[in-house]
Design a protein. Structure first.
Length: 305
């Protein structure tokens, strides 16, 4: 069932909450404006802070179809927008030749029609969809090349794609566009100007604890508090890759699965591979450093009451 767009920032916060997404007011404001003014929302931030999840939650709570374009180096128009079904076109040509007397101009027009068009995510997002315009997630745009960014300018400005053989395809209703970037490289200003921008940072301890209450509800409260405090200490350190919220959730689930009611040195050392993704970081934390952080965490939580 399709839901209407939220009418206020408070409604946007409530909508995200329905999808178990714990947002703050600035993020809800940026999202509300993007929805109401029909502008793409460009979300930038470290990996694992919940950027992609926003598109998924919007799709679920608004009852809209989610169309995801996962970006990668070398992504081109044929993979992201459209391509022609060459095998079917060749078959059509051979059938026409076998029948004889085919009108070449008519055949050429038929070959480059919707019937032979393979629609990729961006073109699919511009088509009319039952239940309202879909949510188009362009995920990790920073992984693509600059030429693909340039192509997106037409899509984000006019919500249309021009196919040379057919002409422009323009959306009757603009899709809800969420673009994410992990900032492995800078995205060109021309593309950012077409979007509303929001930097998704790591949550503070209070909000991350609330996230765990929603995403790992079976975890004991003491364990969740210790996990959050431990992770926040790690984020202050010079690591190759600091743990994101996704890793915090995964680590909590792992500890619960192993029946830990609270953190101890063995629990940390045995499960660091869930939290940290690089061996150099694991070696840096394992053992005495993990024990030092854990002692500090226990002391701070005890003082906080």
């Amino acid at each position: 069932m399709t839901a209407s767009l939220p009418a206020s920032v408070e409604d946007t916060l409530a909508l995200l909450g329905q999808g178990q997404y714990v947002a703050d007011t600035p993020l809800a404001t940026a999202l509300h404006l993007a929805l109401q003014l029909k502008r793409p929302l460009f979300l930038e931030g470290e990996a694992g802070v919940g950027k992609t999840e926003i598109a998924k939650v919007l799709s679920e709570t608004l009852g809209r179809k989610l169309i995801r374009l996962q970006c990668y180096e070398g992504l081109d128009v044929s993979s992201a927008v459209y391509e022609w079904n060459y095998s079917r076109q060749m078959l059509e040509i051979r059938m026409a030749e076998a029948q004889g007397g085919a009108d070449r101009k008519a055949l050429a027009a038929d070959l480059f029609s919707d019937e032979f068009l393979i629609k990729r995510p961006i073109l699919q997002a511009l088509e009319p969809t039952e239940g309202g315009a879909p949510v188009l997630l362009i995920d990790e745009l920073d992984r693509t090349d600059e030429p693909f960014e340039a192509f997106l300018l037409e899509v984000l400005s006019d919500y249309q794609v021009t196919i040379p053989e057919i002409g422009p395809f323009k959306a009757e209703e603009p899709p809800i566009v969420i673009i994410t970037s992990n900032r492995t490289r800078e995205i060109h200003d021309a593309l950012k100007r077409r979007c509303f921008y929001y930097w998704v940072d790591y949550p503070n301890a209070e909000r991350e604890l609330e996230i765990l209450r929603k995403k790992a509800p079976t975890a004991p409260e003491d364990l969740s508090r210790q996990v959050v405090a431990f992770v926040h200490e790690l984020r202050k350190m010079d690591l190759f890759k600091q743990p994101g919220v996704a890793e915090t959730i995964d680590w909590t689930h792992a500890l619960v699965q192993l029946d830990y009611l609270a953190l101890d040195p063995s629990a940390v050392d045995n499960t660091l591979g869930v939290l940290l993704k690089y061996q150099d970081d694991i070696q840096k934390i394992q053992g005495s450093e993990a024990n030092r952080i854990l002692t500090q965490v226990r002391t701070e939580l005890a003082m906080a009451g």
